[in-house]
Every structure is written in C-alpha cells, then in structure tokens.
Design a protein around this ligand. Structure first.
Ligand code: CU
Length: 125
C-alpha cells in the first residue's frame, strides 16, 4: 500500500512538472538516463523560446509544436532540419558537437514576416 501511494505521488509530481516545464526556458534538471526535453512553439513569426542553451555533447530532444500552420526548423551549422506540421508536435534530436551560437530559422514560407522567424541555440561547455 505504501508503495502504491509513493508511485501515485510520483505520477502526480511528474504531471505537475510537465505542465510547469512548458513555461520554463531550456536547461531543466534531467533524471538519470532520460534525455533532456526542451518544449518549443512555432507560430507566425516566432519561436518560443527564441533562444535555448544546450551543453556540448549532451543529447537533447526539442519538442516543437507548430501552433498556427506549417513551419520549418533549420539549424544549418548543426546539420538539423525538420518540417513542423500544423497542430503537431515534432521531435528533433540534437547532440551539439561544438560550442558557439547557431541560428535556427523557419524555412517553410509562412507569410510576410517569415524572413524574421528565427532564434538561436547557444552551446556551452
Ligand atoms: Cu516561415
């Protein structure tokens, strides 16, 4: 019985943590063995957050929700690109292999502000 209560508490805490996580920026603490997940949104004409900080060599999964229409996600210098389908969550796995600041941008034309739809990934040691 005690074990059941403990498990239930864990599930509730996890659910609360996930809800809070949506509002938090990038580098949250990661349990052992789990990949860090960074949740992002894409909409005309911005990504939120527009800057994320990652650690060199540490795998991360970006979960990007395209809110209003199809968009793209391209990080040329890190060899990453994905289509973001409207209303869906797209998982993009990145293992940054060097430090620096790398621009990401939308590469699916989405309207008059498309050219400004960008952000940056900062990779630190
Ligand atoms: Cu666009």
């Amino acid at each position: 019985m005690k074990r059941l209560i403990t498990v239930t508490a864990l599930v509730v805490l996890t659910a609360v943590g996930m809800t809070a996580g949506r509002r938090r920026l990038a580098t949250a603490a990661v349990p052992d063995g789990a990949e860090q997940v960074v949740r992002m949104t894409a909409k005309k004409f911005e990504y939120t957050p527009s800057q994320i900080t990652l650690k060199k060599g540490v795998p991360v999964v970006l979960e990007i929700t395209a809110i209003d229409r199809d968009h793209g996600f391209k990080v040329p210098e890190l060899g990453v690109r994905a289509d973001l389908k409207s209303g869906q969550v797209t998982r993009v796995r990145i293992v940054p292999d060097r430090t620096g600041t790398f621009e990401f941008r939308c590469d699916v034309f989405c309207g008059s502000g498309h050219e400004d739809m960008s952000g940056e990934i900062v990779v630190v040691d």
